[in-house]
Design a protein around this ligand. Structure first.
Ligand code: AKG
Ligand code: FE2
Length: 260
């Protein structure tokens, strides 16, 4: 199996983003401090405990896509006061600026999603996240760039995300051979950065461990975000958030006034 390229958070942004441009996905180790990861896990745990497995009813996509031993949570700003720090993390914002800047005035948080895989989950269908805007098919400019932050270790056996490096540049009909698929195995606190056009999917979890990924995706500001943040978190929560978080969540009444 090929290996996904790895960087340390201390490597230069130029090097990290060059690898991401080339492969469509890259692991950055030591990207998030252990105390922040601990705080996020502590905040999310009661919400996860209260959620059922395969809790994706009402989503546009069926459980055949998300899986049956998965829990998915949104509205993460309302569930953790630490989520703002992830959304405004300098590495993630620099990535969004690098890959989306120049084609939009600013970018938006498309969605924040807790992606939890439990024992017995199977391989997810490989897909391109940017196909959420499927009426704008590949080849297309980058619409979305994402981070999947490991809140637990991601291992080969507990469902580390599968990625086909280079597939962001392939013809959209080409499927990867088995030996073209890597797994984003990484210690807690690392992040998988990836293009909206790279083929990827959650892995099978054959362990009794729960794998927790915290997904944040940034989209061109003139495309519709997947999540309506004011609905999922509540308007008051978004209003009370730091200014940069409000902007990223598309809550900008001042901006509308300035344009009027
Ligand atoms: O759980 C993962 O590692 C990836 C999940 C994913 O890619 C998705 O649901 O879009
Ligand atoms: Fe995905």
């Amino acid at each position: 199996m090929p290996e996904l390229a790895r960087h340390k958070a201390s490597d230069s942004r130029d090097e990290i983003f060059a690898t991401l441009s080339r492969d469509g996905g890259v692991i950055v180790e030591d990207a998030f401090a252990p105390d922040l990861v601990d705080a996020l896990v502590a905040d999310f745990t009661p919400h996860l405990d209260a959620a059922d497995w395969a809790n994706t009813e009402g989503d546009e996509l069926p459980n055949e896509f998300f899986g049956f031993k998965t829990k998915r949570l949104h509205g993460l700003l309302a569930r953790s006061s630490h989520f703002s720090r992830v959304v405004t993390d300098p590495l993630l914002l620099d990535m969004a600026k690098h890959f989306l800047g120049g084609r939009c005035r600013d970018f938006r948080l498309s969605t924040g999603e807790l992606m939890v895989l439990g024992e017995g989950e199977s391989d997810q269908t490989l897909h391109r996240d940017a196909d959420s805007w499927m009426y704008y098919p590949p080849p297309r400019p980058e619409l979305l760039v994402s981070g999947n932050l490991a809140l637990t270790d991601f291992t080969e056996r507990n469902g580390a995300t599968r990625v086909a490096p280079g597939s962001h540049l392939w013809d959209k009909r080409r499927r990867p051979e088995p030996d073209e698929i890597c797994q984003a195995t990484m210690p807690r606190g690392s992040v998988l950065l990836y293009s909206g056009d790279v083929l990827h999917g959650g892995g099978a979890n054959g362990t009794g461990e729960i794998r927790i990924g915290l997904y944040v995706g940034y989209v061109l500001s003139w495309l519709r975000s997947i999540e309506d943040h004011a609905v999922s978190n509540g308007v008051e929560t978004v209003e009370a958030a730091p200014a940069r978080v409000r902007e990223l969540m598309g809550y900008e009444p001042g901006g509308f006034q300035a344009i009027a």
